[in-house]
Design a protein around this ligand. Structure first.
Ligand code: AR6
Length: 168
């Protein structure tokens, strides 16, 4: 079964088959990690994303990765935190499931995720870590082609939160 790794750093620098983007439903770019990925990858990503017709919350769609070291960007749309009673956790789980399904369909063996929804979208990082890691742990059992999922955390605090919820 594939392994889960944690790393503190910049996801745009990762040499993996696919990096996952914390996108919005329009898929045409934005701030945060989305902005960083589009800046580093160049205009090809946006040109391709334009053809995808947006993406629902909880779903994920792929483009190639332009100038990035990765081969693909999988644009996953996480939920906006509304207090916790609006299905946010399930939608966060869903976008991780869908991103891993898409990665497997594309033959990716290594995949890097940021902490989806924990920035502009306001999802509490402790709960996000639990959902993201728990979902990934379960999904790796059914996606035998995926050898490594790397969570790339930007801040020390996020890295520590993920470390505390790493499945044994
Ligand atoms: N590498 C890894 N993580 C990063 C990087 C990076 N280069 N840059 C930021 N982060 P956010 P969201 C972390 O706000 O909450 C955008 O405008 C950041 O510190 O990027 O899902 C989209 O277009 C945080 O921990 O994504 C959407 O409209 C995490 O990435 C909206 O924001 C996610 O923060 C999505 O909001």
């Amino acid at each position: 079964m594939g392994r889960i790794e944690l790393l503190q750093g910049d996801i745009t620098k990762q040499e993996v088959d696919a990096i996952v983007n914390a996108a919005n439903r329009g898929l045409l770019g934005g701030g945060g990690v989305d902005g960083a990925i589009h800046r580093a990858g160049g205009p090809a990503i946006r040109e391709e994303a334009r053809l995808l017709g947006g993406c629902e919350t909880g779903d994920a769609k792929a483009t190639t990765a332009g100038d990035l070291p990765a081969n693909y960007v999988i644009h996953a749309v996480g939920p906006i935190w509304q207090g916790g009673d609006a299905g946010e956790a399930e939608r966060l789980a869903s976008c991780h499931r869908r991103a891993l399904e898409v990665a497997d369909e594309l033959g990716c063996r290594t995949v890097a995720f940021p902490a989806i929804s924990t920035g502009v979208y306001g999802f509490p990082v402790e709960l996000a870590a639990k959902v993201a890691l728990g979902t990934t742990h379960v999904e790796l059992e059914t996606h035998a082609g995926i050898e490594e999922v790397r969570f790339v955390l930007f801040s020390d605090a996020d890295f520590q939160a993920f470390q505390q919820h790493l499945p044994s």
